[in-house]
Design a protein around this ligand. Structure first.
Ligand code: ZN
Length: 122
């Protein structure tokens, strides 16, 4: 078992807890009785068109959870290899309050701002 010590123990703990929650959600969304990859095909569904919008919602949610899961995995890896807490763009330490609010943050406030403006898509 990895220890939870070091400057980012709190974030690490929060990230791990969130990861567990997401895993449970993803399992339910993808593999549960009503999940996308679950027993849906076994149900004698009345009208497949009626359930289609629900599927899209489920899928959107699952994709969001999956994306967050990946960010969390990446953040935990950065904690392990010591790069966590440094801005991916300028290398400066990411603000503490930012990491507290968003443990998966990759950039400091200034660089994130610039990143979002650059990638805003017009
Ligand atoms: Zn920065």
């Amino acid at each position: 078992m990895a220890t939870t010590s070091g400057p980012y123990a709190q974030q690490q703990q929060a990230l791990r807890a969130r990861r567990e929650t997401l895993l449970a959600e993803l399992r339910r969304e993808l593999h549960g009785d009503d999940g996308l990859l679950g027993l849906r095909s076994h149900r004698d569904d009345t009208d497949p068109e009626l359930s289609a919008p629900l599927d899209a919602l489920d899928l959107a949610q699952a994709l969001r959870d999956d994306a967050e899961f990946r960010r969390i995995e990446a953040a935990l890896q950065r904690i392990d290899n010591g790069s966590y807490g440094s801005c991916a763009d300028c290398g400066e330490p990411i603000e503490e309050h930012r990491l507290a609010a968003e443990p998966t943050a990759l950039r400091c406030v200034g660089c994130q701002d610039r990143f979002e403006r650059t990638h805003a898509g017009g």
